[in-house]
Design a protein around this ligand. Sequence first.
Ligand code: NAP
Length: 248
Amino acid sequence: MAEFKDKVALVTGSSRGIGRAVALELASRGAFVIVNYAQNEAAAREVLSTIGNSGGKGEIRHFDVANTTVVQDEIGKIGEQLGGLHILVNNAGITRDGLIVRMKEEDWDVVLSIDLKGVFNCTRAAAKIMMKQKYGRIINIASIIGEMGNAGQVNYSAAKAGIIGFTKSAAKELGSRAITVNAVSPGFIETDMTRNLPENIRNKYVEGIPLGRFGTPENVAKVVAFLASDDASYITGEVVRVNGGLYT
Ligand code: NAP
C-alpha cells in the first residue's frame, strides 16, 4: 500500500512502544519515516532495520524533544534535506509518578518539558514547513490520564490534558493552510511504560475495561495512520479515544 508515497513523517519517540508501532505502520503504507529517540540508539536501529526489511524507507534522527533550540534546528534540517515534512506524530513521553505532596519539582518539570513543551517545540518547527507546503497532518498522543485523572500522576495528567487544549487551539490556527491537528488518547497500552504495573493494579484496571484487556501499540498506530490519511482530511481539533471503552 503506497498511500503515503512521497510523504515524510516524523514520529517522536519511535524507538519503542506506541511510537515504534506508528513508525512501522506509516512506513508500511509508503511514508519515509524519521525514527526519533532520546537514549536508546539500539532500539531505534532495530526499528529502522525492521522498516527496511519490510521494503520501507526511513532514517534515524536523535534529539530530545524538550530541547527547543535543537528541535528547531533538527526539524528545519529535515524540511531542507528531505524536501518537506508532511506528517508529525508527537508521541515522545515519559512518566515520573508520585503523590502530589511528595512530588519533587524536578519530576514536575521534566514531565511537563518532555510531554507538553516537546509537543509545542516540534509542532512550532513543523508548522513553519507545513504552512509553506499548505499541507500537514499533526497527531498528538495524549492519554486517558489527561481526561480522567489518576492519583500519583498530577504531572503526567496535567501535561496530557494540556496536549488536548493545545491540539484544539493549533487546529484553529492552522486549518486555513490545510493542516489538520488531532489527538489520539490511548487507554492502557502494553508497552514499557505499563510493564511494571503491580499485578493487582493491572487486574483492577482490566476489570474496568469493557473490552477486557490492555490495548496493543498497533491498536493505537492504526488510528494514528487513519488521522494521517486522506480519509481523515475533514477531521481536525478532534480527540480520538483508543481505550477499550474504559473512559467514554
Ligand atoms: P515507552 O514505551 O516508554 O516509549 C517512550 C518513547 O519516547 C521511547 O521511544 C523514548 O526513547 C522516547 N522518548 C522519551 N523521552 C524522549 C525525549 N525527551 N525526546 C525524544 N524521545 C523521547 O512509551 P509508550 O508507552 O510507547 O508511550 C508513547 C506515548 O504514548 C507517550 O506520550 C505516552 O504518554 C503515551 N501513552 C501511553 C500509554 C500506555 O499505556 N503505554 C497510554 C496513554 C498514552 P528512548 O527509547 O530513547 O528512551
